[in-house]
Write a protein that binds this ligand. Sequence first.
Ligand SMILES: Cc1cc2nc3c(=O)[nH]c(=O)nc-3n(C[C@H](O)[C@H](O)[C@H](O)COP(=O)(O)OP(=O)(O)OC[C@H]3O[C@@H](n4cnc5c(N)ncnc54)[C@H](O)[C@@H]3O)c2cc1C
Length: 460
Amino acid sequence: MSISSFISLLRPKLSLGAEIFCDPEDIGFQKCLERWSNVDVKVPTAIFCPSTYLDVGIIIEVASEHEIPFVAVSGGHSPWSTISSPGFILDLRMLNKITVDNENEIVKVAGAVLTNELAATLSEAGRCTTVANGNTVGVIPYCLGGGISILTAVAGYACDQITEATVALADGRIVRANENLEPDLFWAIKGSGCHFGIVLELSLKTFPLSILGSDDGSHWAGTFIYTLDRAEEVCKVLEPIMANEEYNTAGSIVLAAPPPAFQPMLVVAPRFMGDPERALSLFQPLSDLGPSMMSSSNPLFFEYQHAIDYACAKGDFKHFNLVGISDFKTANFLQVVEVYKELLSTCADAGPSSYLIQWHTSVSKPVVSESAYSHQDIFIWLNTFSWYHQAENRDLVMDFQNRAIAAIRKDQEEANYVDYASTNRGAPVERRYGGADRILKLRQLKQKWDPKGVFTREFL
Ligand SMILES: Cc1cc2nc3c(=O)[nH]c(=O)nc-3n(C[C@H](O)[C@H](O)[C@H](O)COP(=O)(O)OP(=O)(O)OC[C@H]3O[C@@H](n4cnc5c(N)ncnc54)[C@H](O)[C@@H]3O)c2cc1C
């Protein structure tokens, strides 16, 4: 069936509120196509914006029957929510809804709700949950892929907050999945959800704002800036802090070349969730090193992500990747520093790029649920954020990214490599989903729930 016949067949079946954009010149079409990165952006034949869950089920059923490829899009931060003709995009933004249920300590998030929208709504209700560090990241895909956050220290990974999912399946049926209903689908949703269906709605556990260390949900956040030649001393100070399980801390060690000087420097941004006086003593060694600049603030729950709003800008050429490391080695990080310096001196176009270590350490270990996600034991991640303006620099920039990853993994057994499935689908499956039993179960469940690969070919 041609895509135009497909659209004509579907139009009368959908709700009055549903929209279909077919003209790339249409402003609605173009708005839907705006993405976090222009790397490999493709133009679909159509963009469907369903306005009810039933619409989604009907679209999937007909697309599946006629083998018309499609991808869902929420926040548009991944490289996988773009598709070329004759495929179409399923844009979920008209389904957006946030319902806070304080009595049951959950929040229901539907459609393509973004991180900042959820954080603001929860804050107003005096609650919080694990949310991404980037404001414009789509909440549902973030949770489905694991969900690392500053709050991981106190609340756990985002996938472990999921108590129920409403899912549109490959045959168009819409089901609820939780511990009792479709428990195997529920297990797969938590960590690999986008390979099993379109998740229309998630129920997430919420927590009082006080888990962040104060009644109003504010926490201590510091910024210490050093020249790159201080990297070794800084890391030596940070090593024991990152491993210290007496406090709830999180933070990042960032290699960046920010304006106005555009010179590479080291920015340490620790967070402390607890009595701010204790934060001052814990991070005193960072002050004692005599940074070029230092400051501190007490951001509220809905404000803490604002610090990286610049990185959420749409367009241009960007890649975002995370690899997990079991323990932080200063010597390896110093090699990453060298790679970063060489990146900037070889490719000035990649100046906005930054490589960073992010960590979270906690006193009490948050609850981990049985799920497809396997990296709850990782508390240190290398984030390579590559950003350039000229498409032809892609291979060069990716080569530096790979070198940075190789440097941080030096002397690590290859069998223990960890890749974050939400940012890298190309890595061997064993690195994304740990354990042969888990992978076997995922393959069996894929056969059960999406044997034709309507959503993705992963696990087939
Ligand atoms: C600037 C930035 C900051 C980030 N910060 C963090 C962070 O702090 N922690 C972290 O863990 N990750 C972080 N990430 C990674 C991010 O969580 C993943 O890339 C996530 O998948 C993005 O979701 P999205 O809705 O924005 O992307 P999209 O590209 O819209 O969706 C991602 C994938 O999910 C599919 N999909 C979309 N909606 C649905 C749905 N409802 N049901 C099923 N499948 C769906 C898409 O087809 C695509 O394959 C960040 C990424 C960027 C670029």
